[in-house]
Structures are given as C-alpha cells and as structure tokens.
Design a protein around this ligand. Structure first.
Ligand SMILES: [Zn+2]
Length: 186
C-alpha cells in the first residue's frame, strides 16, 4: 500500500482513468495482452510501448518497465535518459501529466541523433510517426548520456585486475534501448 503522501496525484488520476476506460486496449500477441488489466494489476501507467517492453510511471513517480513476456514483473528504471523519455512520452499521451514533463537542465546536451529537433529523419513518413529518437523526442540528453556508447565502458562490479570479468558486458542487455531509435507500438 502506497501512502497518500508518497504518490503523485496526476499519475494516480491518469492511471485510474486509463484502467477504467471502456474501450479495450489489447496488445497484439497470441493470445493478446489486455494492457488495461495489466496496468491495474501492476499499478503502472503505460507510457512507451516498444517492441520488447512497456515503460511507464508508478504512482510514486518512479519509472519502471515490464517485458511483454513477463507483464507482471516490474523492473525499476534508473537511467536518466530513459526516465526523461518515459515522462515526456507520458506527457504526450496523458495531457494531465504535461506539468511533469522533464525540463531541460542547464548541463543537457543536444541529441546528435536528431540535431535537437526531436524528430527522426530517415525513415519513411508512415514509419517515422512510430519511430522515437534516442532522446525520446525531447531533442536533448542528460549530460552523462551524451554518447550512448559510454555504456560499453561502464566498469563491471566484479572486475578484478588480472582476471576476466565474471559479469556479462552490459551492451547486449541494453541493446534494444541503447539503439538509435525506439519503434513504438500504435
Ligand atoms: Zn534525438
């Protein structure tokens, strides 16, 4: 049970509205997933539906995700770029959340993938509306995330000089999100 003081009212209201909406919201798997039922069960307001997962907002304001294969297992999201992207996409989907959209910090850097426009150039128009830039469409990135390739340089926790790392490199795990763009489900 989340204490009333620890929730963000706009997210609570948007989630309640999303869950209660009469129109079905099925994701086209076999069998289809009922997104409204999942959102109600895990208490996550869906913001980004991409090929592999759903990112959304918890009532506390935390960002979390679940895989389509494991829709009832929430995973916390700590990466600032992905958190910003999730809040921004949520503000486009749910107008009541516009006040929660991320504001550009002074040390933000221009997203080189879109030149700051937030729009992807390259894909054909019919696909472009479903392609989200690396920065989520904001046109800027948090300073530490100026280069996505820094992820590969992240030290592994168990690394000891002279021994090979025992932890798998992070790039493969992060590849779908670290790629240049995200293709969203309609
Ligand atoms: Zn961009």
């Amino acid at each position: 049970m989340v204490d009333a003081a620890q929730v963000i009212p706009e997210i609570v209201a948007a989630l309640a509205e999303f869950v209660a909406a009469a129109e079905p919201y099925f994701i086209g798997f076999d069998p289809p997933l009922d997104l409204r039922a999942i959102a109600a069960a895990v208490r996550l307001l869906p913001a980004i539906l991409d090929i592999g997962e759903c990112l959304g907002l918890r009532r506390s304001g935390a960002v979390a995700s679940f895989l389509w294969d494991e829709p009832h297992m929430l995973r916390p999201e700590w990466d600032a770029r992905i958190r910003n992207m999730t809040y921004y996409r949520a503000s486009l989907k749910y107008p009541a959340l516009i006040p929660l959209a991320p504001r550009r910090p002074v040390n933000a850097v221009v997203c080189l993938h879109c030149g700051g426009s937030g729009r992807c150039s390259g894909p054909p128009a019919r696909l472009a509306i479903r392609v989200v830039c690396y920065g989520g469409g904001l046109g800027w990135l948090p300073d530490k995330d100026a280069s996505p390739w820094r992820w590969s340089a992240r030290p592994t926790a168990s690394r000891v000089p002279g021994r090979p790392p025992t932890e798998r490199p992070r790039m493969p795990q992060n590849e779908p999100r670290g790629s240049r763009t995200t293709i969203t489900r309609p």
